[in-house]
Design a protein around this ligand. Structure first.
Ligand code: AHM
Ligand code: MG
Length: 336
C-alpha cells in the first residue's frame, strides 16, 4: 500500500540527494557532504528560533554565558553556525553571507570547490513576534582550478548548481533544487531528519494572489503601479486577486510556490534597485521558481541572466506563476 510505504520507507534528504547524484558517474559524494552541513545549520537555526521567545522571557539555561555577556542576536548566531559548518565541510572555497561585509575565502587546508551564497536568517524583523523566517542559499562551483577569486561568486544565477531555502514556521520545511525540479522536505523533530513531503513541486500556471509591500506604492514606477491596479481592478472580467504579504521573503515565496500567484519587490523612487539582494535572495528564489515551472523577472530581463558585479548588489524582482509574470513582463515591455 502506497501510503504505508511512505510511512515506513523514509526518504530523508540525504538519501534523496545521494540518489540524485548517483546518476553522475563522476560524483564522489562531495555535494551530499556539503548539503549535509547546510542541513545541520538549518536544524540549529530551527531549534534556536523555536527557543527564542522562551529564552527571552525566562532566560533559558545556557543562553547567557559565564561572563554574563549579552545573548548573541539570532541572526549573528545563525551566521556563525553556517560559516563554521560550511568551512568545516571541507567542500567550500568562498562564502558570501548577508551578514558579512566581505566574502570569506576558506583556508587552503580546508578548501573544496563549491561556493555558497546565503542569507542565514532572512526576515529578521519578524523574529520577535514569532512570524515565519528562513534561511536562503545558493551553490556555485568554482569556475576553474585557479586560485579562488570573487569572480567565482559573481556568476549569473543560471550557473547555480543548486538553490534552496529553509522556512522556520509552524513546521520546518526545506525546499531544494539541484536543477532537476524542486522538492520539499519537512523536519521530523523526533527523528532530527528532513523527510521528503513535497515531491516534485510545480507552481500553478496562474495564481489568485499577489504579494507586495503596498506601503511603497507612491514611489513605484508605471508598470508596477499598473500591474497592482490590474490585480485589484481587472478590466478583462476576471476576478480580482487576493493580497498576502508577510514581509518574510521565504514565507511569501513558499506560499507563492505552493498556491501560485506573484511576489513582487519592485524598484521605487527611493530604492531604484529595490531591496532584495541578488546573490542570496533573488537568485536562489528565481532558480527555484524556474525549476518549478514559474518565472522570475527583474523588470528588464530574466533574473537568472543578471551578471552581478558586487556581492551585496540588489535588484528588483517579480517572481511566481508563469502567466502572472508574463503579465508584468508585457507591462514593462510596453513601457519600452
Ligand atoms: P532582511 O534581510 O533585512 O531581513 O530583509 C529582507 C526582507 C525579506 O525577507 C522581505 O521580503 C523584505 O525584506 C520585506 O521588506 P519590506 O519590509 O520593505 O516590505
Ligand atoms: Mg535578507
Amino acid at each position: 500500500h502506497a501510503a504505508d510505504a511512505h510511512r515506513t520507507d523514509l526518504m530523508t534528504i540525504t538519501r534523496f540527494v545521494l540518489n540524485e547524484q548517483s546518476k553522475y558517474p563522476e560524483s564522489r559524494g562531495d555535494f551530499t557532504i556539503l548539503l549535509n552541513h547546510i542541513v545541520l545549520g538549518c536544524k540549529f537555526v530551527c531549534s534556536a528560533v523555536n527557543k527564542a521567545g522562551l529564552a527571552k522571557l525566562i532566560g533559558l539555561a545556557g543562553e547567557t554565558n559565564v561572563q554574563g555577556e549579552e545573548q548573541k542576536k539570532l541572526d549573528v548566531l545563525s551566521n556563525e553556525v553556517f560559516v563554521k559548518a560550511l568551512v568545516s565541510s571541507g567542500r567550500t572555497c568562498i562564502l558570501v553571507s548577508e551578514e558579512d561585509e566581505e566574502a570569506t575565502f576558506v583556508d587552503p587546508s580546508k578548501r573544496g570547490r563549491y561556493c555558497v551564497v546565503f542569507d542565514p536568517l532572512d526576515g529578521s524583523s519578524n523574529i520577535d513576534c514569532g512570524v515565519s523566517i528562513g534561511t536562503i542559499f545558493g551553490i556555485y562551483m568554482m569556475k576553474d582550478n585557479r586560485e579562488p577569486t570573487l569572480d567565482d561568486v559573481l556568476q549569473p544565477g543560471k550557473q547555480m548548481l543548486a538553490a534552496g531555502y529553509c522556512m522556520y514556521g509552524s513546521s520546518c520545511t526545506l525546499v531544494l533544487s539541484t536543477g532537476e525540479g524542486v522538492n520539499g522536505f519537512t523536519l521530523d523533530p523526533s527523528l532530527g531528519e528532513f523527510i521528503l513531503t513535497h515531491p516534485d513541486i510545480k507552481i500553478p500556471k496562474k495564481g489568485k494572489i499577489y504579494s507586495v509591500n503596498e506601503g511603497n506604492a507612491k514611489n513605484w514606477d508605471g508598470p508596477t503601479a499598473k500591474y497592482v491596479e490590474k490585480c485589484k481592478f481587472p478590466k478583462d472580467g476576471s476576478s480580482s486577486k487576493s493580497l498576502r504579504y508577510i514581509g518574510s521573503m521565504v514565507a511569501d515565496v513558499h506560499r507563492t510556490l505552493l498556491y501560485g500567484g506573484i511576489f513582487l519587490y519592485p524598484a521605487d523612487k527611493k530604492s531604484p534597485s529595490g531591496k532584495l539582494r541578488v546573490l542570496y535572495e533573488v537568485f536562489p528564489m528565481s532558480f527555484l521558481m524556474e525549476q518549478a515551472g514559474g518565472q522570475a523577472f527583474t523588470g528588464k530581463q530574466r533574473a537568472l541572466d543578471l551578471v552581478p558585479t558586487k556581492i551585496h548588489e540588489r535588484s528588483p524582482i517579480f517572481l511566481g506563476s508563469f502567466d502572472d509574470v508574463e503579465d508584468i513582463k508585457a507591462l514593462y515591455a510596453a513601457e519600452g
